[in-house]
Design a protein around this ligand. Sequence first.
Ligand SMILES: [Zn+2]
Length: 301
Amino acid sequence: MLTCKRIIFSILALLLISGAARAENPVRVVTSFSVLGDMIRNIGGNRVDVTVLVGPDGDVHAYEPTPAAARSVSEAGLVIVNGLGLEGWVDRLIKASGYKGEVAVASTGIKPRKMEDREKNGEIVTDPHAWQDLDNGRVYIDNIAEALAAADAAGATAYKAQAQAYTAKLAELNVWVKAQFAAIPEQKRRMITSHDAFGYLGGAYGIEILSPMGLSTESEPSARIVKDLIRQIREEKITAVFIENISDPRMIQQISRESGVTIGGELYSDALSKPEGPAPTYIDMFNNNVSKIVAAMKKSL
Ligand SMILES: [Zn+2]
């Protein structure tokens, strides 16, 4: 027993030493947006130095890479993106930077959600917002751990252990989320957000999502779409209407005024909040969003 304890202690000491040593020469990981940045820090700990191109409250759809971004990418040891068409700008950025290393796609292996994009005349497009389903989040974590291990083989065990611990937290969170939505009858699980970022959340928890904008934030919805939505809110007495941290609140404010429904607060869709805000991590993002959505839906009961 004593020997066993001693061995465990030695392993822990070694891990600590190697971790500390690594912190002086961490893997430079460049990633596209804040949600991935948080996941990578959770898995990589002090073995990674993460640069996030589109930070808190930023709009990853509309992002325009800067010369500083190209410099960061050129100096990266690993680039991690979401994929599914979220970062329309990333191929050009990587080409311009001269980076020749690995580009890991965090969403690899998830089941992509296809939908009609009203802003593109009903064209079938892939929804990139896969992180809004916690089961997909677990796939992201596996992919990130694998990519980090490939870039830094000495850290493989540490990445795996941290990925497992983090995945357990996500599983626990998912139990809570399911219990929250279970308290709302399915026909009352309807919500409105400015752009279509919550389709995966809707798919996972049986929520119908209505958005005046399409999958991206870059198009203006037609007056007809907004008018139809206002009528629908009135007729169907929808109470869950939200602004998002990354997009202009004015359209939702207009919808709120004209339909007489109170805005249920701010949801974090494509970016985390700043550290002092309510959603500085992926887990906080879910806590914030689910609490607000459920509270607003309960008004319709
Ligand atoms: Zn989006």
